[in-house]
Design a protein around this ligand. Structure first.
Ligand code: NAD
Length: 478
């Protein structure tokens, strides 16, 4: 059993103020694999005090100096990459090959993109032509609280910690109590990179404890949060009294518009994307809308793709899916599959219960519903499991209206080979991110949504700006 009870406060591994053990469950066995501590108010206070004390010196360092620390963190991450992949595979059930390529890879990818963005970042620049002495300066917002979820642990942690360091902020990270092992390892990387004491602090805890203590703390200037829309609302309310900046990266219910002129891999790609990470991605394309003339063909490909999808032990190599994170997610997903059946959607793959041969572990059958209608629960609620809902449409206008008829607005997807329609719909779909034909959004592009998906813009230059206040200067002497 891994024992990781200490927190990282003021440059040291520190025992919790009060003993509150919390078992980390391996979702593939349903058994504890590690024990951590849940922090108390005294731990949060110690971490915030350390971050506050470290702020003046850290924000005064030259950006190049801060960047040098980030480059060291990246080098250590790369050296200990395998440990990072194994930690995530254990804590949240990502199959080891996926943990290596995607989960651990997301961390290095973001750090590299931030390094590039930081090199081009203009910390102080003229307002414009014809306004002599008028300058714009980007300055660290101050002490920040970072609260992250379990589904893409290092993706989220690097999207917050790295730009905060680059901007000159000091911080307290509270990773998800469900998947804390990767963050504890990341804290070791930061320590070994020699980041000054107090700049980065980590306190484990739950939402009602350390999470809300950070959200209400008068010495914290900003909360950057990724997780559920429910917790995002609670944090916004909690943070209102101290008028913090609150940056929220929340859930999604992405639409994937498949036109009859799509490329031949479009449906397969959409199904695979939906199932990736066992459906536990906020940007999953969970509603597939298919032009009616292509509908039967699309269902055939989708059912075939689901039938080819294997589920199994995350410690074994291969492209299979792992379990979902925990019992309550497993039960929530089962409940939503049941609602799909009851509300009249047609099951064309998967269904209730575990996949054949798996009697233990939070494994869910890769599931596809056809003939869905927009008002069904499975078309409206974020399922966060390997469950795809498909329905037909007749016109482009109808497809866009259905896609946009959701409280969420994180990512939408489009499959068509018509160039004019591609660009028209990339603008018509309401979302922070829209992607056509399986293309990449590009290195350093901002990640974030609109509406109930939150309005964060994480990654690259935009991700650094979020941790800055903009100072407007008059009378600058050239
Ligand atoms: P969650 O909201 O329950 O927890 C996320 C984090 O917030 C955890 O660290 C948790 O301890 C903390 N937390 C919970 N309640 C809190 C409160 N009241 N105050 C302060 N902190 C609190 O979410 P989860 O179950 O860990 O993650 C799944 C959800 O996160 C899904 O809905 C998913 O869509 C969303 N998510 C969104 C993104 C995105 O980028 N938009 C990324 C990952 C996950």
């Amino acid at each position: 059993m891994i024992e990781k009870r200490d927190f990282y406060i003021n440059g040291r591994w520190t025992a919790p103020a009060a003993a509150r053990d919390y078992a980390v469950i391996d979702p593939s066995t349903e058994e504890p694999c590690a024990v951590i501590s849940l922090g108390d108010r005294a731990d949060t206070e110690a971490a915030v005090a350390a971050a506050k004390a470290a702020l003046p010196a850290w924000r005064a360092t030259a950006p190049e100096e801060r960047l040098a620390y980030v480059e060291k963190i990246l080098a250590i991450y790369k050296e200990r990459y395998e440990e990072m992949a194994e930690a995530m595979s254990l804590e949240m059930g990502a199959p080891i090959d996926f943990a290596r390529s995607e989960q651990a890879g997301a961390g290095t990818w973001h750090i590299e993109n931030f390094i590039k963005a930081a090199k081009d970042f203009e910390w102080v620049h003229p307002l414009g032509d014809g306004t002599p002495g008028a300058m714009i300066a980007y300055e660290a917002i101050g002490v920040v609280g970072l609260i992250t979820p379990w589904n893409w642990p290092m993706n989220q942690v690097t999207l917050k910690v790295i730009p905060a360091l680059i901007a000159g902020c000091t911080m307290v990270l509270k990773p998800s109590e469900e998947a804390p092992l990767s963050s504890l390892l990341f804290a070791e990387f930061i320590h070994d990179a020699g980041v000054p004491a107090g700049v980065f602090n980590l306190v484990n805890g739950d939402g009602v404890g350390v999470g809300s203590q950070l959200s209400t703390h008068p010495d914290i200037q900003m909360i950057s949060f990724t997780g559920s829309t429910r917790a995002g609302k609670a944090i916004s309310i909690a943070a209102a009294e101290t008028l913090k900046r609150v940056v929220l990266e929340l859930g999604g219910k992405g639409a994937n518009l498949v036109f009859a002129d799509c490329d031949e891999k479009a449906v397969k790609r959409g199904v695979r994307h939906m199932f990736e990470n066992t459906g536990q991605s906020c940007n999953a394309p969970s509603r597939m809308l298919v032009e009616r003339s292509y509908y039967e063909k699309a269902l055939e490909i989708a059912a075939q793709t689901a039938a080819e999808t294997q589920t199994g032990n995350p410690r074994e190599p291969g492209r299979h899916l792992g379990p979902v994170i925990n019992k309550s997610q497993f039960e929530k997903i089962q409940g939503l599959i049941e609602s799909g059946i009851k509300e009249g959607a047609r099951l064309i793959a998967g269904g209730l219960g575990r996949p054949e041969g798996l009697n233990k572990g939070y494994y869910v059958r890769p599931t596809i519903f056809a003939d869905c209608t927009p008002e069904m629960t499975i078309m409206r609620e974020e399922i966060f499991g390997p469950v795809l809902s498909i329905m037909p449409f007749d016109t482009e206008e109808e497809a866009v209206a259905i896609a946009n008829d959701t409280p969420y607005g994180l990512t939408n997807y489009l499959q068509t080979q018509d160039p004019a329609r591609t660009n028209r719909l990339l603008r018509a779909l309401d979302a922070g991110m829209v992607v056509a034909n399986g293309k990449s959004r590009g290195a350093g592009a901002p990640f974030g949504g609109v509406k109930a998906s939150g309005r964060a813009r994480e990654g690259g230059r935009w991700g650094i700006e979020e941790f800055c206040d903009v100072k407007s200067i008059g009378g600058w002497v050239e």
